[in-house]
Write a protein that binds this ligand. Structure first.
Ligand SMILES: [Zn+2]
Length: 265
């Protein structure tokens, strides 16, 4: 996922800085600390056949790999954005994953598509590498050490595959939604109109996710699906904000109050 600098964005995160990668600040929102503990605990309860200390060590390593994978995904967005002259202010891990905060919007629909697809491409590549390593290690390594490495690589392959697929859902501002916006932007020659249309699609998908999550959680007592309700609600809030901003920009475009550079973008 990516976002652009604005007041709400800055207020949204209480970030702890971890360091800098290729000149970009990498940090974690305080909400991430709880997620890290929850993910580690969930992975530990799904592992079997290891002593308790080893179980938690493997689960912690899996969780660290997961979050490193999210940073790699966001870094791919940032590096391709840089190629198109758009700087990235920061990469932040938060409750629902990662976000690369760009300092401006992509300059063209083509740039938008390349920047949006860079993240899922990185996740797919990492997932394929992990899957290849898993196939290799399964043949060559045995014993507890082999089991641990197989668990880590299998988790990495699965997590990156999910990251690639989930982010391609066409719900703006997720990556798939940005590709959709770029296509509408190109067709209608207005970024604001494209943002409005993509936000409406995003709101519909978010509502579907909330309803599907509620039905599964309550109907089948699969309470983990409540997570999808939370993601759907988050996407709905983001979609609503983007829609309101897009409508305002469209009005300014119509009234001729935007400069040529803003309109050309
Ligand atoms: Zn992404």
């Amino acid at each position: 996922m990516r976002a652009h600098v604005n007041v709400r964005q800055t207020a949204m995160f209480k970030t702890l800085t971890l360091g800098r990668l290729v000149g970009i600040r990498v940090g974690v929102d305080v909400s991430w600390i709880g997620v890290f503990a929850f993910v580690t605990f969930s992975i530990a309860t799904s592992l079997s056949g290891l002593p308790p200390a080893a179980t938690y060590a493997v689960a912690t390593a899996c969780a660290l790999f997961l979050f490193a994978s999210v940073v790699a995904h966001e870094l791919a967005h940032a590096l391709v954005a840089r190629r198109f002259g758009v700087r990235t202010r920061s990469i932040t891990l938060f409750l629902f994953g990662g976000v690369a905060t760009l300092e401006s919007e992509p300059p063209s629909p083509r740039a938008e598509v390349w920047i949006a697809l860079a993240g899922p491409a990185m996740s797919a590549a990492l997932g394929a590498c992990a899957f290849g390593l898993l196939a290799l290690f399964e043949r060559t390594l045995t014993g507890v050490g082999g089991d641990v490495i197989a668990t880590l690589t299998a988790y990495l392959a699965l997590a990156n595959g999910m990251l690639a697929l989930f982010n391609l859902i066409p719900a703006f501002p997720m990556d798939g939604g940005r590709v959709l916006r770029a296509a509408i932007w190109r067709a209608r020659r207005s970024r604001a109109a494209a943002t409005g249309a993509a936000s409406i699609v995003s709101l519909i998908l978010a509502a579907a996710l909330v309803v599907a999550g509620c039905v599964t959680a309550i109907g089948v007592h699969l309470w983990q699906c409540a997570w999808y309700v939370a993601i759907g609600a988050f996407l709905a809030i983001q979609g609503w904000r983007q829609l309101r901003e897009a409508r305002l920009l469209e009005r300014l475009e119509r009234d001729g109050e935007l400069g040529p550079a803003e309109r050309a973008a």
